[in-house]
Ligand binder design. Structure first.
Ligand code: PFF
Length: 463
């Protein structure tokens, strides 16, 4: 089946459960909230000056996040098509088709990376279940992480398990079940994180960590910090891949795009900030290094969880919630690959065949990334990075910002949205200032900011 008309998409969406307003918000929030918030955000904040990073990140969320999330939703709603065909549908020509290809390629590069880290969660869910980290101190936790992630076979198995689970969910079309589940699990994640916040704030010395994360030291704001924070904003909100275009096409006609974007952004930012408030007081209280890097969360969280009242069950429960939060993101990523394969085959491949192909391709990518980190290809470096690290850097600092820039130019200059595209059908209180503000932001603020960040990062222009 080709998903290239609104009716077909709506038919699919009903199957996938995106037929209610809350369903779309949950699906978009499910895609946005994941490892980016709980794993990536804290370690990047730790490496980039704590409070300074948080401040720049929040500015990026307002300047890029909100307008771009709205743009993607509105492109999808106007075109009624998935990412791949939306640009052609709106512009009526093929000039922007490359953006569909670019987005699909970006999703492909990031998906393998995301599954490898989801594999780390699978491992830690297992570690928590068998209570392997109980009683370990700071150095032992660090050594434990290194030992786990350098076990090639274990990492391969742990990375492939979530691919198979995600494929099964897409195969059986039970995403709606997952969404119903996340209606319960997302609030539980908030509750669990709040309990952890309370626990860490009771630790001796937690104030230092809290200050590190919440009080910005302006001298720490460098071009590299701005570039990393902007990349993290795209990654965390799942914007700049066109993924939200597909969700926009799924949206019921009377859904308010502004409100939907706002709620998704608010929830996403809240989870990231909560994660920071858990991690940094614990980092300082237990004597970890805030700039530890990707392992930060996987060494600090077990340390915190050991100190919870019901330590074992808290650990299992937390890593289970983290795994499910990751799964709602992998579902959205893999769905884009499946739909792209269907569209590329011009309807020759059905959904099940496309799921099989996507599964095989993603498993192969996961294997390549794992081997590039620990296995036979660990010596292979491109621009001084392993393939695994390079995929992350390439996507967040180049591929996502470039498509975000192109989308803002597309909507801002080439295909300006009209009032009717912005007014959700039943929204009574449409504000007249909304469209001019939105268009101005897309025409000037977003492109100029992205270009400046690029030039800054390349050292061509210094702020
Ligand atoms: N936003 C997700 C997270 O923060 O974990 C990651 C992600 C999912 C990025 C889907 C991009 C995407 F299309």
């Amino acid at each position: 089946m080709r998903a290239n008309s609104r009716d077909e998409l709506m038919e699919q969406s009903n199957k996938s459960g995106f037929n209610s307003k809350l369903g779309v918000i949950l699906a978009a929030a499910g895609s946005a909230i994941g490892l980016g918030n709980i794993w990536k955000f804290p370690y990047e904040a730790g490496q980039n000056g704590g409070g300074a990073f948080l401040l720049v990140y929040l500015i990026c969320v307002i300047v890029f996040g909100m307008p771009l999330l709205m743009t993607e939703i509105l492109i999808g709603r106007k075109a009624g098509k998935s990412t791949f065909s939306a640009f052609r549908a709106i512009s009526g020509n093929n000039h922007w088709q490359w953006l569909g290809w670019w987005s699909a390629l970006t999703v492909f590069v990031i998906t393998g990376f995301y599954f490898v880290v989801t594999g780390w969660c699978v491992d830690y869910l297992y570690e928590a279940t068998v209570n392997s980290y109980a009683g370990m101190g700071t150095n032992e936790l660090l050594a434990h992480f290194t030992a786990n992630t350098s076990n090639t076979l274990k990492m391969l198995i742990c990375g492939i398990i979530p691919v198979l689970i995600t494929a099964a969910i897409l195969w059986f079309g039970v995403s709606s079940g997952i969404e119903r589940l996340s209606k319960i699990l997302m609030p539980l994640l908030f509750i669990m994180m709040t309990l952890m916040v309370i626990r860490v704030l009771l630790l001796e010395g937690s104030g230092t960590g809290l200050r590190f994360f919440l009080a910005p030291d302006f001298s720490q704001i460098t071009p590299a910090v701005v570039m990393t924070a902007a990349g993290q904003c795209f990654f965390s909100l799942s914007v700049g891949l066109g993924l939200m275009i597909t969700y926009g096409a799924y949206m019921p006609k009377d859904q308010d795009a502004t409100k939907t974007s706002f709620i998704v952004i608010l929830l996403d930012t809240l989870v990231a900030v909560l994660a920071g408030i858990i991690i940094f007081p614990a980092v300082f209280a237990f004597g970890f290094n805030p700039a530890e890097g990707p392992q930060l969360v996987f060494v600090v969280l077990p340390a915190v969880l050991q100190h919870m009242t019901f330590a074992w069950i808290s650990g299992v429960f937390f890593f289970l919630l983290l795994f499910i939060a990751a799964l709602t993101s992998t579902i959205s990523l893999m769905e884009v690959i499946v739909v792209s394969i269907m569209e590329l085959s011009h309807g020759k491949l059905n959904r099940h065949q496309s799921v099989l192909i996507a599964t095989a391709v993603i498993c192969a990518t996961v294997a390549v990334y794992v081997l590039s980190m620990t296995g036979v290809w660990s010596g292979l470096k491109l621009f001084g990075h392993s393939l695994f690290d390079l995929s992350d850097t390439l996507v967040t600092t180049f591929m996502m910002p470039l498509s975000a820039l192109s989308m803002s130019l597309f909507i801002g200059w080439f295909m300006p949205l009209q009032d009717k595209d912005l007014v959700p059908y039943s929204q009574k209180r449409y504000k007249q200032w909304l469209r001019p503000l939105f268009i101005f932001t897309l025409r000037w603020i977003v492109p100029i900011a992205i270009v400046l960040i690029f030039l800054n990062g390349l050292g061509i222009f210094n702020l």
